[in-house]
Design a protein around this ligand. Structure first.
Ligand code: ADP
Ligand code: MG
Length: 724
């Protein structure tokens, strides 16, 4: 079937779809977390003592006795088999953004040839997938490929239902046999505990006597596109790269702003309902959903949870989103920029830290005293973003997110902090020493309670900031839609641990001088703002004036591509940050650099080869077919004595030549290159291959506007974005 035929067939297939079938959803109370082995289920299934032990582990991270693990494993097996599961799997998160699993049966045969089921504590605790097929960034030699998965009891096990049946899934960490982290969960757990330790030190200095463990929270808003999957078979770029490598802008794009918060198309509503039903069964608190700015773009935001569980749930959501979309005849695109010239997709990572005794530490609270804690924690974030902005940029770096960051609807590649007018002025006053005199008079004179119990900013008032305070949390908006939230959470918790340790040191010294608490806080924050206040910016992050001022006046860095961003993992300050907090050893950190750099290079080179292939085998033949039809018509008309203007034909010919010249150049660039360093290879991808791919694309997109519509092989933007 030639390209143009399959495009026409896709459209008629969509037009003739059967009417929607929508089941009435089951009541939430019946399905909520029904497939999760959570504390409530354990309480039913375990003895009092065993339950007490596992509850303590879940809630405080305390180690679990092997005997208790055996009891939990037995109860888990009974529960899972009662739900139809014959297999179990440790589920883990390698350094790529994917989720990995290895399935094992509960079944073993006995000496009599019969089959029995077995699931002991040690099977629950430890698994051994063949580690060699996962990226490890030189942490393991291929001949010593052993990797271990180990149960994370703080994230509940659950049943995954697929067409193949039910499987018990056990959230796990993944490490090398030498104990080095090969995944995204280990650093998150370590970063959380580093932050907890530093936060408790600060709270103790603030005179708090009862201090519960401090944890971080995360609520991620996920944007995505849905297009009819019938188009996918004629768009190898969408199938393999997850984005369109070609496509002229449609006559109607998003300029009418008629999609955002508009009525959700009926087919999409049916998909959302089925998807959310699955989330509820898995105990994932899906809360809001709506259309996004671009046509075909939507958002789902679950209610926030503790960071470790939110990260596991986020991965699960992405998997389910794609598989459920497929069941509904959609292709779900999580790519950061599937369509050029149309808004990209992000994942706003809302993040805060808090505990059971002091509450949310990034909430100003209602009393001056909680205001002081809040100011310290907020100051710690400001310092962290200033010192480690390039790290925050590096953890969200990918070939895909590079297309989105800095484009006019997404945050720029310059890390700054938005505080909102009220809070920004408080920190300005602190920096200018205005609050210092008042502080000497004690808490009441500061007037902070009036200042800080301000109205929460309910919406994205400042949508242009990559890192914004939104009333009781920070929102890291530069994160890409396909990325794991773990990298950003690790970076944020680790930088916070470092800043809180710095604050604790300063505070301790000032307090030791006999300064009273309020004045001490203001003195420390004044110094902090003098050193790091430059990172606070409340204006328009999209404006070219800011891009200039940020770099020239504020000394911040604009880091446009992944090639520029990833070397931050090798900065001495970053290596020391991870080492001093115990989150990643220099070796582990370096392995991450290697894995991410390799991913970047692989994805750009794969796209470049796809560009060559699609241009050569689909677009060029369409242009030739068009030219021969027109040329034949012109010739026969001339035979009848009618001379038609052949300018159009000449334009197609010239553009076709430019297309193929650009393809040849790209092909040459792809073959036979050799680099001394990974950095040089990344730079080659960013500054040579990417622009060359764009040159091919611009000729191809121009041809799309010239070649007869019925000859064009690739589904067009207006078809993919508007036909539902
Ligand atoms: P927006 O105003 O940015 O559109 P929403 O209110 O729809 O945001 O969603 C913001 C997200 O922030 C939700 O997932 C919400 O649960 C989450 N959130 C709220 N409070 C916190 C918190 N303390 N820590 C982390 N996430 C939070
Ligand atoms: Mg938001």
């Amino acid at each position: 079937m030639s390209g143009n035929t399959s495009r026409q067939q896709a459209i008629s297939h969509i037009r003739s779809r059967a009417p929607l079938q929508c089941d009435i959803p089951a009541p939430l109370s019946e399905i909520w977390a029904c497939d999760v082995f959570n504390l409530a289920k354990m309480e039913e299934a375990l003895s009092k003592n065993a339950f007490k032990a596992i509850k303590n582990t879940v809630q405080t991270g305390a180690p679990l006795e092997p005997a208790t693990a055996d009891v939990v494993a037995a109860a888990m097996k009974v529960w899972a088999m009662g739900k139809g599961a014959k297999f179990f799997s440790h589920i883990f998160y390698p350094m790529t953004n994917i989720t990995a699993e290895k399935h094992d049966g509960f079944i073993i045969s006995n000496a009599d040839g019969g089959a029995i089921t077995e699931f002991t504590g040690s099977l629950l605790i430890k698994g051994e997938p063949d580690g060699s097929s996962f990226p490890n960034g030189s942490l393991r030699m291929t001949n010593a490929a052993r990797g271990y998965t180990a149960w994370d009891p703080t994230s509940p096990a659950y049943i995954m239902h697929t067409a193949n049946g039910a499987t018990l899934m056990i959230p796990s960490v993944f490490m090398s046999w030498t104990g080095e982290a090969l995944d995204k969960k280990i650093p998150l757990l370590r970063a959380n505990s580093a932050m907890d330790k530093a936060a408790r030190k600060v709270l103790a200095l603030m005179g708090e006597t009862e201090i519960a463990p401090v944890n971080s929270s995360c609520g991620a808003e996920q944007e995505y596109f849905l297009i009819d999957e019938s188009f996918a078979s004629s768009r190898p770029d969408l199938l393999l790269a997850g984005r369109t490598l070609f496509g002229a802008p449609p006559a109607k794009g998003q300029q009418f702003d008629d999609h955002y918060f508009g009525a959700i198309p009926a087919r999409v509503q049916v998909f959302m309902q089925a998807f959310e039903d699955k989330l509820y069964r898995l105990g994932i608190p899906a809360k809001t959903h709506h259309n996004e700015v671009a046509p075909g773009q939507f958002e789902i935001a679950p209610y926030f949870e503790s960071a470790n569980i939110a990260a596991d749930h986020q991965q699960l959501m992405m998997t389910l989103m794609k598989s459920t979309a497929k069941e509904h005849g959609f292709l779900c695109l999580l790519h950061e920029k599937p369509f050029a010239g149309i808004n990209g997709s992000g994942k706003h990572v809302n993040w805060s830290v808090g505990n059971a005794t002091q509450g949310n530490l990034l909430d100003p609270g209602r009393t001056p005293h909680s205001n002081l804690n809040f100011l310290l924690f907020c100051g710690a974030v400001i310092r962290g973003v200033h010192l480690y902005g390039p790290l925050l940029r590096a953890v969200i770096a990918s070939a895909a997110n590079d297309h989105r960051l800095g484009a006019n609807e997404a945050p720029p590649a310059i890390l700054s902090v938005y505080l909102g007018d009220q809070l920004e002025s408080v920190f300005k006053d602190i920096k200018a020493g205005k609050l210092l005199e008042k502080a000497k008079g004690g808490l009441m004179d500061l007037g902070l309670s009036q200042i800080l119990t301000f109205e929460r900013d309910p919406g994205d008032r400042n949508r242009t900031s990559p890192f914004a305070f939104t009333g009781n949390r920070f929102e890291f908006r530069a994160v890409g839609s396909s990325q794991s939230v773990s990298g950003p959470l690790v970076a944020m918790n680790t930088m916070l641990a470092d800043s809180l340790t710095w604050i604790a040191g300063k505070l301790e010294a000032v307090l030791a001088d006999g300064t009273d608490q309020t004045a001490a806080v203001i003195i420390v924050l004044k110094e902090l703002m003098e050193l790091h206040g430059n990172v606070v910016f409340g204006g328009d992050g999209y404006s070219p004036a800011w891009h200039k001022a940020a770099v020239e006046e504020r000394g911040l860095r604009n880091i446009p591509t992944t090639a520029d961003a990833l070397p931050a993992f090798k900065d001495e300050a970053v290596v020391n940050l991870f080492m001093s907090t115990g989150v990643l050893s220099p070796k582990e950190l370096n392995s991450r650099f290697e894995v991410y750099a390799e991913q970047y290079i692989l994805s750009i080179e794969m796209e470049a080869r796809l560009v060559v292939d699609i241009a050569t085998t689909r677009i060029y033949p369409a242009a030739i077919a068009h030219m021969s039809t027109v040329a034949a018509a012109l010739t026969s008309m001339a035979g009848l004595g009618i001379e038609l203007d052949n300018k159009g034909l000449k334009a197609v010919a010239t553009t076709t030549d430019s297309l193929m010249a650009a393809v040849a150049a790209l092909e040459a660039a792809l073959s036979g290159h050799d680099f001394d360093t990974v950095e040089a290879h990344m730079t080659f991808c960013a500054s040579t291959l990417c622009p060359m791919m764009l040159t091919v694309r611009s000729a191809a997109d121009a041809l799309e506007g010239m070649v007869a519509d019925d000859l064009w092989p690739l589904p067009k933007y207006q078809e993919m974005l508007f036909i539902k």
